[in-house]
Design a protein around this ligand. Structure first.
Ligand SMILES: [Mg+2]
Length: 333
């Protein structure tokens, strides 16, 4: 059951989830963080053989401690801190809050950072209207390079779905706006809309139908391309979608891993085995897998190990996700 009403600013002000829905909402950040930490040791390394079992061994680009998540989850935590306040993520105030946290992370906490995101954050002037300045830096990068459809906004988007469970249109608008802070290209925004639609539906009814349903939330002119890309991912083996720094193969790799596996652990292992940007593909897959199978499906060993900036562990990630999905219930508890 879900019961939501919409306030004057458009944000959901009342949300009642069943215990199963609550478990699935709690899995979104935790699933992403576990995928991230599982993929960290293998980022841009030789792809794992089909029978190899990845481990949260640390190392990678950081280098990271065993179980430590990387920039993907660090940036998603920045979004989550604002989302968990109950803010409407479409508002300028909320977007300014996210932009402020991205800059703080970039200067104080970033253990590694993607090239595109780094370019935008370094060029963002610290002034009033921070989100607008960040979007302008993103547009400027696009004018100079024509290439701003990296996977760096998709990797941090799952939590956005939890902020608008009762309103798919508001969710799609928020996903696109949060993406556009660093990723000007419409394809990056489209990918975030599709993935959030998938996360939303998975939390609400435990199915994976939402990714394809998300096609209806895209501009008509781009639906056909995305339908074909999703079909391609559904028919091809996951390893075909490498390299995956571009947002389209990154989404295809994650989708391919999610739909051909039947539990969270197998899904994340399959995502890491795709190779190339392993932590990001597995973080993307992990948000949807966590939404589909719930926090309770995360193995105890991973739950005990996973951690990262700014000093969060599994329980903190669960709390942030729950507060985002159900601000009223969390405030009352
Ligand atoms: Mg990373």
């Amino acid at each position: 059951m879900i019961d939501g009403t919409t306030g004057a600013a458009g944000a959901s002000v009342l949300m009642m989830l069943t215990s199963d829905q609550r478990d699935r909402a709690a899995g979104v950040l935790l699933g992403a963080a576990c995928g991230d930490a599982l993929g960290v040791p293998y980022e841009f390394a030789e792809p794992l053989p089909e029978t190899a079992v990845p481990e949260m061994a640390g190392g990678g680009l950081g280098p990271y401690a065993p179980g430590e998540y990387s920039d993907d989850t660090q940036m998603q935590v920045c979004v989550a801190e604002v989302a968990a306040s109950g803010a409407d993520l479409r508002s300028e105030e909320a977007l300014d809050g996210i932009a402020e946290r991205f800059l703080r992370w970039f200067h104080e906490g970033a253990s590694d950072v993607g090239l595109q995101t780094s370019g935008v954050l370094a060029a963002t002037a610290r002034a009033g209207g921070l989100s607008r300045a960040m979007r302008e830096a993103s547009a400027d990068l696009h004018r100079k390079t024509g290439r701003t459809a990296g996977n760096g906004s998709l990797m941090r988007t799952g939590i956005v779905a939890l902020s608008s469970l009762s309103d798919p249109q508001a969710m799609a608008e928020a996903a696109r706006l949060v993406s556009s802070l660093t990723h000007f290209d419409d394809l990056a925004g489209d990918a975030c809309v599709l993935w959030c639609s998938g996360v939303r539906r998975a939390v609400l009814d435990g199915t994976l139908d939402g990714v394809r349903e998300g096609l209806d939330l895209l501009p008509a002119g781009r639906r056909g391309h995305w339908a074909a890309w999703l079909r391609d991912a559904e028919t091809g083996p996951p390893w075909r979608f490498s390299p995956n720094g571009f947002v389209v193969p990154a989404l295809q790799a994650a989708w391919s891993a999610v739909i051909r596996t039947t539990d969270l652990t197998e899904g994340l292992v399959t995502a890491v085995r795709v190779g190339n940007d392993t932590d990001t593909v597995a973080a993307i897959a992990g948000a949807l897998l966590g939404a589909r199978y719930g926090a309770s499906a995360v193995p105890g060993e991973w739950r005990a190990k996973v951690h990262g900036w700014p000093g969060l562990r599994a329980d903190d990630l669960v709390t942030l996700a729950r507060r985002t999905a159900e601000p009223a219930a969390e405030a009352a508890s």
